[in-house]
Design a binder for this molecule. Structure first.
Ligand code: M6R
Length: 613
C-alpha cells in the first residue's frame, strides 16, 4: 500500500509532489520521501523521513533540493520496520536511480540474493529496493525501454512504481501491474500518481494505465507500452475530481466531523439513488428483467464495508426475499468459486481501491459473472472495472476509521433492497417511498442521540471506560454485525482489545470471560422475539456479576434496568435499528479514544486505503 507521486514538466517538481503526497497520505503515513534530479547539480537528490508527512516537510526545510523531474512516496510498511532506511524512494548502488513503489514484489528475496551475489549494495529491508538495482543492472546493458521490459519479466507480484534517474534525465518511468497508477496530462507537464486526487485541480485529462503497462513520461509527451513492448495509443479521459478537504471545520478530529456529517450524507445518498434517471438497474449494469429474475446476491467487502454488507444481508433477505451471502474479500478470492445463474456479485468499498475487494471483482468478472460496486469514490478502480456501480454520497472520508461511509452504505443497501422488492412485485411504489422516509427519520435519530449524550459521555463515561484494557461486544441477529463494527472501531482507534460474539453464543464458552475487569457491551434490536432472547442474555451476564452496558431503544425498560449503564435511542423501522444507533456507538468509542489521547484520525499501523493484498 502506499502513495506514489511523480512530476515532470516546465516547473519545479517539489511543490507538486509534496501537495500530491499530502492528498495521498490516506494510503499510508509510516514515512515519506522525495527525490528529484536537482536542477543545479543535475544529480539525483533524495530526502526521506520516518513518521507522518509533516516530518518530511520539516526535513526539507532549508534544503534547496528541487528539479523539474521528481517523485515522492508516502508509506504503509509491508517489508521492513518503520525507519528512515526503509522509507522510499530507494536508490541503486551509485545513488543515480530512485524508485517509489506501491505493492508487493513477491519474489524479492530471490532477486535480492542474486543481486547481492553480483555485489549490489542493499541499504534497506524492503522488497522495493530490488527494483532500483534491477534497473541499474539492466540500464547498463540496454536502452530504457528494453531495460524496463527486461525487469518486468523478472518481477512477480502486484506493483505500481515510479522511477527517475540520471541516465534518463527528462523522464519519469511509471509501471503498473495490478496496483493502480494514473497519469495526468497538463500543458508541458505530466503528473503520475496512485490516485487522481493527487493532481486534482491541476489537470482533468487523465490516462488510467491499463494493467501491465510501462509509461515513459516526458514533459510534453507520453510513450506507453505493454509488457511485450507493443506501443499503446490511449486517449486521455476527462475526470472531474476536486480536492474538497475543507479541514476539520472546528472539530477536534476528522472522525468527529465525519460522525456529524452522517445525517446529510444519508440524505444525499438516498436522494442521489432516488433520482437516478433510469433507476438503479441500468446503473448496476443490469436490465429490469434481470433484477426481477435475481435469485442470489453475493456481497463482498473488508472491514467496515464487510460489516455494512452483513447488515445489508438482513435487508435483502427480509425485504426482497433474495438469498444473500456475505463474504470477506480476503477469503473469497481463495475459496472455491461456484458461479450460479441469476446472481449478482456486489462489492462494497468506501475507497473503491481496497486490493482484496478489487481482486475479487476481477476474479468474478473473469468467470463471466455480473459485478457491481457500491462505493463512495466515483473515480475509483472498482467503478471503472465492474459492470455497474452505485454511489454513496458521504463526501470525502479522511479519518482512517470509517464512519459516514458505513452509515451511507447501510442507507444505500436498504433503499436498494426496497427497489429490488418492488421490481419483484413484492411491494408497491409507496413502500419504496416509505423506505426513503424511514431512512431520513433514522438519520435524524442517529444525530440527535449523539447530541443528547455528548456531554455526559465526554465528561463521565468515556474517561471511566477508557480505564479498561479489554471489552466484550455482544449482539444478536441484525445487531450482531453491528457489534462487530463497534468492536472494530474501538480496537482501531483506542487500541483496547475488543472481542465480539453473537450473544446467544456466550453460554457456549465465552461466558467464562465474564470478570470485573471486562465490561460487556450489548446491542439491542427492535425485533420482539430477538429482544426477548437479548433480555435472557443480559440476565445470564448479571447472574455472573458481569459489568453490563446496553445500547437499547426507548421503551426497553426491562433491559435497561438490568444494566450498569444504559443508553437509549428512539425506535425506528426495525431493520434500521443499527443505523439509528450508529452515531451514538461511534461517538462513545471516539470519546474513549480521545480520553486516552490516541491519534484518532491516523491510528498506529493503519492506512485509509488498503491497496495491497
Ligand atoms: O475502502 P474500503 O471500504 O474498501 O475499506 C475497507 C476497510 O479497510 C475499512 O473499512 C477499514 O476496516 C476501516 N479502517 C474501518 O474503520
Amino acid at each position: 500500500m502506499c502513495g506514489v507521486v511523480g512530476y515532470v514538466g516546465k516547473n519545479l517538481s517539489r511543490s507538486y509532489v509534496m501537495q500530491g503526497l499530502a492528498r495521498l497520505e490516506y494510503r499510508g503515513y509510516d514515512s515519506a520521501g522525495f527525490a528529484c534530479l536537482d536542477e543545479k547539480t543535475e544529480k539525483l537528490g533524495c530526502i526521506r523521513a520516518e513518521g507522518q508527512l509533516v516530518n518530511l516537510v520539516k526535513a526539507l526545510e532549508g534544503q534547496p533540493l528541487d528539479g523539474s523531474v521528481g517523485i515522492g512516496h508516502t508509506r504503509w510498511s509491508t517489508h521492513g520496520v518503520v525507519a528512515e532506511r526503509n522509507a522510499h524512494p530507494h536508490v541503486d548502488c551509485l545513488k543515480k536511480i530512485s524508485v517509489v513503489h506501491n505493492g508487493i514484489i513477491e519474489n524479492y528475496q530471490l532477486l535480492k540474493e542474486q543481486l547481492s551475489k553480483e555485489n549490489h549494495l542493499f541499504r534497506s529491508e524492503t522488497d522495493t529496493e530490488v527494483i532500483a538495482h534491477l534497473i541499474e543492472k539492466a540500464i547498463s546493458q540496454q536502452g530504457l525501454l528494453q531495460a524496463m521490459l527486461t525487469i518486468v519479466k523478472q518481477l512477480q507480484g502486484a506493483y505500481a512504481f515510479g522511477c527517475i534517474g540520471e541516465p534518463f534525465k527528462d523522464t519519469v518511468v511509471a509501471v503498473r501491474k495490478g496496483s493502480p497508477l494514473c497519469i495526468g496530462i497538463g500543458d508541458k507537464e505530466m503528473f503520475v500518481a496512485s490516485d487522481v486526487l493527487a493532481f486534482a485541480g491541476l489537470t482533468d485529462q487523465v490516462i488510467y494505465l491499463p494493467d501491465e503497462t510501462i509509461a515513459l513520461v516526458h514533459a510534453g509527451f507520453l510513450e506507453l507500452y505493454d509488457f511485450e513492448g507493443k506501443q499503446l495509443f490511449l486517449v486521455p479521459q476527462r475526470v472531474a475530481v476536486s480536492w474538497a478537504n475543507d479541514g476539520k471545520n472546528g472539530y477536534e478530529h476528522f472522525m468527529l466531523k465525519e460522525i456529524f456529517e452522517q445525517k446529510t450524507g444519508i440524505q444525499a445518498t438516498v436522494s442521489w439513488l432516488r433520482e437516478l434517471e433510469n433507476g438503479p438497474w441500468e446503473h448496476l449494469g443490469m436490465t429490469e428483467t434481470q433484477a426481477q429474475e435475481l435469485e442470489s446476491l453475493t456481497l463482498v467487502g473488508c472491514g467496515t464495508s464487510w460489516h455494512a454488507a452483513r447488515i445489508g444481508q438482513f435487508f435483502f433477505e427480509s425485504i426482497a426475499k433474495v438469498r444473500t451471502s456475505v463474504v470477506l474479500a480476503s477469503e473469497f478470492r481463495y475459496m472455491p468459486f461456484l458461479p450460479t445463474g441469476h446472481s449478482l456479485y456486489m462489492a462494497l468499498s468506501q475507497s473503491g481501491e481496497t486490493a482484496d475487494t478489487l481482486e475479487c471483482l476481477r476474479m468474478v468478472k473473469g468467470h463471466g459473472c455480473p459485478t457491481a460496486v457500491l462505493t463512495n469514490v466515483a473515480s475509483s478502480s472498482m467503478v471503472r472495472e465492474s459492470d455497474g456501480y452505485l454511489l454513496t454520497k458521504a463526501g470525502q472520508e479522511i479519518s482512517v476509521a470509517s464512519t459516514k461511509a458505513f452509515s451511507t452504505q447501510l442507507a444505500g443497501l436498504y433503499w436498494l433492497a426496497h427497489e429490488l422488492a418492488y421490481q419483484k412485485g413484492l411491494i408497491d411504489r409507496q413502500a419504496v417511498e416509505q423506505a426513503y422516509d424511514q431512512l431520513l427519520v433514522a438519520a435524524e435519530i442517529l444525530e440527535d442521540s449523539i447530541t443528547r449524550y455528548r456531554e455526559i459521555i465526554t465528561q463521565r463515561y468515556a474517561p471511566y471506560y477508557a480505564q479498561f484494557d479489554k471489552a466484550i461486544f455482544l449482539g444478536r441477529s441484525i445487531s450482531y454485525p453491528f457489534c462487530l463494527e463497534a468492536a472494530l472501531k474501538l480496537k482501531e482507534i483506542s487500541y483496547i482489545f475488543a472481542q465480539s460474539y453473537p450473544a446467544g453464543e456466550l453460554k457456549h464458552g465465552p461466558i467464562a470471560l465474564i470478570a470485573p475487569d471486562t465490561p460487556l457491551f450489548l446491542f439491542s434490536t427492535l425485533e420482539p422475539v430477538i429482544y426477548q432472547k437479548i433480555l435472557s442474555n443480559a440476565q445470564e451476564i448479571k447472574a455472573r456479576h458481569g459489568h453490563l452496558v446496553v445500547f437499547a431503544f426507548e421503551g426497553q425498560d426491562e433491559l435497561c434496568q438490568l444494566a450498569d449503564l444504559a443508553f437509549t435511542v428512539k425506535p425506528v423501522a426495525p431493520l434500521l435499528a443499527p443505523l439509528a444507533m450508529t452515531g451514538l456507538m461511534q461517538f462513545f468509542v471516539y470519546a474513549i479514544a480521545d480520553a486516552l489521547g490516541r491519534p484518532i484520525d491516523k491510528p498506529r499501523h493503519l492506512a485509509k486505503s488498503v491497496t495491497v493484498e
